[in-house]
Ligand binder design. Structure first.
Ligand code: NCD
Length: 311
């Protein structure tokens, strides 16, 4: 049960540092996957309506929330692209839109280009707001299924060596997952990026405060033999001031057959997706390529989260 009105929202992974609660969510995700395989999902959310309000493009986040809601017996209202087809075009503020939508739906999933937008929405919403990505801020539901994926693939979180690769400055999934990982034991983090795309100072000091050892480097190869998880990210084109600046950074890293040769036999490659050119297609058939399994896990973890906020 939800404890207070603040707890009803999902805004940040800072809300998920209780490992008992994480285990509950993951157990329900496991159960929902089994029910789904048996075509026998109990309609836990019958009569409830989810609004998906996306001001930025999305494939996985929106479709998995919507599919999850439908599988749980609920219904979905949505807009093709909130930035173009909602009253935002007429000049309505996010707050006014959310106030109104919260009168129509039982929960809202919001994606927005501004950091802090989900918290602003939550402050005026009468129903739970789920942060589906707020600019370069956070993407908590992604991080929850990323953590679930690591646990499911490698059987543990404690003691792992985890490398983050690519655009660590603008990638919100990285920040949300690091917050979660920092609550585990004996984690070693490798932050691999071009100098210009380093993890921001605030996130580095969060790791330091939690005594999580981390190394920063622009090179992945020297660490490959120690790494259990490589978390690859896309250079976040939409966050660059000009196309020229993006062009300079894109293609900084490519995971390919040579990377696979240097990696441990029991390790995994993750990616929140979409990938552009940072993982070669030749990697997809290797059993260590976990990114499509990771995306599928998103469905069940998000169903468990919908159940948590709506039932
Ligand atoms: C991510 C996002 O939106 O932050 N996508 C997703 O939800 N899986 C990652 C990205 O866009 O690079």
């Amino acid at each position: 049960m939800l404890q207070s009105s603040e707890d009803m929202h999902i805004l940040s992974t800072k809300q998920f540092l209780d490992h008992v609660e994480l285990a509950d969510i993951f157990t329900l995700a496991d159960k929902l996957e089994k029910e789904d395989a048996a075509h026998d999902i109990a309609p836990r959310l019958g009569g409830k309506i989810l609004a998906t309000v996306f001001y930025e493009p999305s494939t996985r986040t929106r479709f998995s929330f919507e599919a999850g809601m439908l599988k749980l017996g609920g219904q979905v209202i949505t807009t093709e692209s909130a930035a173009n087809f909602s009253s935002a075009v007429k000049g309505e503020t996010l707050e006014d839109s959310i106030r109104v939508i919260s009168g129509f739906a039982d929960a809202i999933v919001l994606r927005h280009p501004e950091q802090g937008a989900a918290a602003r929405a939550a402050s005026v919403s009468g129903v739970p707001v789920i942060n589906g990505g707020d600019g370069i801020g956070e993407h908590p539901t992604q991080a929850l299924y990323d953590l679930y994926t690591i646990q499911k693939e490698l059987g543990k979180i404690d003691g792992l060596n985890i490398a983050f690769l690519g655009d660590l400055k603008n990638g919100r999934t990285v920040k949300s997952l690091l917050t979660l990982l920092a609550s585990f034991e004996d984690i070693n983090v490798y932050l691999i990026s071009p100098e210009e795309l380093r993890l921001p100072e605030a996130n580095r000091s969060e790791l330091a405060q939690k005594n999580i050892p981390f190394k920063e480097s622009s090179e992945l190869d020297p660490f490959l033999k120690n790494i259990d998880v490589i978390y690859v990210t896309r250079v976040q084109k939409e966050r660059f001031a000009s196309p020229q600046e993006y062009e300079k950074m894109k293609g900084s890293y490519v995971i390919d057959a040579n990377t696979l040769k240097a990696m441990k036999p029991k390790s995994i490659i993750m990616h929140p997706l979409p990938r552009v050119d940072e993982i070669a297609k030749e990697v997809d058939d290797d059993p260590r390529a976990a990114y499509f399994r990771q995306a599928k896990n998103g469905l069940y973890v998000r169903m468990a989260l919908l159940n948590k906020v709506l039932s």
